[in-house]
Design a protein around this ligand. Sequence first.
Ligand code: FES
Length: 263
Amino acid sequence: MIAGLVVVATVAAWAGFMAYVVLGKKRPEEQFADEPSQELVGARTAATAPGYVVELEVPEPAPRARRIDEDVRGVSRRKFLNLAWFTALGIGTLNFLLASLDFMWPRLRGGFGASITVDLSLDELRNYVDQRQEPYFVSDGRFFIAFYQGDPAEAEDIPAYKQANTPQTGVLALYRKCVHLGCSVPWCHPSQWFECPCHGSKYSVTGEYRDGPAPRGLDRFPVEIRGQQVVVDTSTLITGPPRGTTTSQPQPEGEHCVTVASE
Ligand code: FES
């Protein structure tokens, strides 16, 4: 939309400028020195009549006329150049401002930062997670879909779950960014935990802290269920549950993928 505005504003500015130059006010014709005045025409007519002797008053020589092509439109060459320069400067500035605005304008038509509808239905997500024994990764939103495993009443008392609508939906949208220093956290199939390759932080399948330097569990996004659709609002980041939260997997289910020494 803003790109269209840039084009329209540019065309309008140049059109206005050209209209001003082309339709500029004409100077009065009598100012042109190469056309005789009415008085002089009358005097010449009388002087040619038979029997008349007319003492002609020689008019003062007219000031040297400026070039017609400079004056005929009321816009001198210098004025034209000044106008062109300032118009170009104004258009350039306007384009820069609109381009900056376009760059900063949030894109809310999908992708990270917007509400995202997961491409699998709720039933398909359950089947995926059950059969593959791993959360479903949504690359557009940079989150994993997992399912809450504890008591819904318990989730009501944990702000990270309550704010994400977990008691109502049972669905979790876990931000894959490690809450320690921001690395992407992959799923470790053998241990059935998320394990950060950077410094070894580990999280359960519901994103609860289990090991390493991370200060808390994985952050997450609010989830809404509309029929079979799972809608995740990635514009709202919810702080992960504190250390000590254990509604799922207190222990790994197999070998770790990351063996970096923890704190
Ligand atoms: S960034 Fe993940 S443990 Fe440090």
